[in-house]
Design a protein around this ligand. Structure first.
Ligand code: KG4
Ligand code: ZN
Length: 348
């Protein structure tokens, strides 16, 4: 447990938008961002592995089982009492609606029972604030949010002030990793497996073709996925070839992400880059982005790998800032499967 500063604010964060039931407590914010006090993540990977992907109804049911034990454990590990909390933050979307409502109902119940303010968080702003755990966000910044469900480039002008610069036109990069893994015959969850296979390849890596979208900061990953599917269909998968193909596939995705991010800085200003989301865990992306950014004279701030994939700490971090700057949300706060990333002043 972290050493608590008696005067600082404590925020409980709850995340259940997809297949992780997660809760965490953070302290702050102060000059060093927020401080992690506890962090509990119950992954559903084992459950969905048998289906080869996430089954929404199965996910909701597991959230229902896990939400109370996970929140309770986050409080216990924090070594605080319920009365020490100052706010409850919860993901309100986007995500699987049946999963979101479980977290929202739990957060509302807690807030009401304990007389605590409630703060709704956009899942992508949660990812952005994963970079504020243990360090202040260097704002303004350009956020690359690369995850299983999303691929966004956003200019973060100030806390809660976002401007979306680009997004994917089809698949998200994590989705491309997961689908690529399935094509290569790797077990679920595929993204990290494909990355590990790719990293085991020691030869020269020739990236698979990348989408070219002129005059835009958008991404597209369906083409590379289709190219991989065609390759596997037409040539089959010889054992010695799998690592080389995985490396070429990974290289294409990582290059697209790194190049577009540096292009964004070229267009909107040489702001520091925040690399967040599940795919920001990818070793090759981290390497390429650091290299390209350095070449362009840009700083990159990678989220701690522990906070790249979905977790409650990022929601608590965003919630702590949002509550400190904008106050609580109303009791009729709702959740939405589709929810655009909007600035706090725009009414969210
Ligand atoms: O942020 P996240 O937990 O969930 C969403 O908000 O979507 O991201 C999960 C995604 C999955 O698609 C997973 O395959 C991918 O992040 N991922 C990775 C790696 N670790 C997780 N992709 C590539 N390389 C990794 N090392
Ligand atoms: Zn996420």
């Amino acid at each position: 447990m972290a050493q608590l500063k008696s005067s600082a604010m404590l925020t409980l964060g709850i995340e259940s938008s997809c297949d992780e039931t997660a809760a965490a407590v953070v302290e702050g914010p102060d000059d060093a961002g927020v401080t992690l006090v506890s962090n509990v993540v119950a992954s559903q990977d084992d459950l969905h592995a048998q289906f080869g992907g996430i089954v929404p109804e199965v996910a909701s049911r597991r959230h229902i089982e896990m939400i109370v034990p996970v929140v309770r454990e986050a409080i216990e590990r924090a070594g605080v009492g319920w009365s020490d909390l100052d706010a409850v933050a919860v993901t309100r979307g986007p995500g699987l609606i049946g999963s979101l409502v479980v977290g929202m109902a739990a957060a509302k119940g807690l807030a009401e029972a304990r007389g605590l303010p409630l703060v709704g968080i956009h899942h992508l702003e949660g990812h952005i604030y994963s970079a504020a755990i243990g360090r202040a966000l260097p704002l303004p910044a350009i956020a690359l949010i690369a995850s299983g469900g999303h691929s966004h480039l956003a200019l973060v002008r100030d806390h809660g002030a976002y401007e979306v610069l680009g997004r994917t036109r089809d698949d998200a990069p994590g989705e491309a990793f997961d689908k690529g893994a399935r094509l290569l015959g790797l077990p679920y969850p595929g993204g990290p497996q494909l990355a590990a296979l790719a990293d085991s390849y020691e030869g020269r890596v020739q990236p698979m073709p990348r989408a070219r979208i002129p005059d835009s900061l958008d991404f597209s990953f369906s083409g590379v996925k289709t190219a991989l599917a065609r390759l596997v269909r037409e040539k089959g998968l010889r054992e010695g070839e799998r690592a080389r193909i995985a490396a070429a596939y990974q290289e294409s995705i990582a290059l697209s992400l790194a190049e577009r991010t540096v292009q964004a800085a070229d267009e909107v200003g040489p702001y520091p880059i925040l690399a967040v989301g599940g795919v920001a865990r990818n070793r090759r992306l981290r390497e390429l982005l650091a290299e390209r950014a350095e070449g362009a004279g840009l700083r990159v701030h990678f989220a701690d790998p522990r906070f790249c994939t979905d977790n409650g700490a990022m929601v608590a971090a965003a919630g702590a800032y949002k509550f400190a700057r904008r106050g609580p949300d109303d009791a009729d706060l709702d959740c939405h499967a589709n929810l655009p990333l909007e600035s706090w002043s725009d009414g969210c």
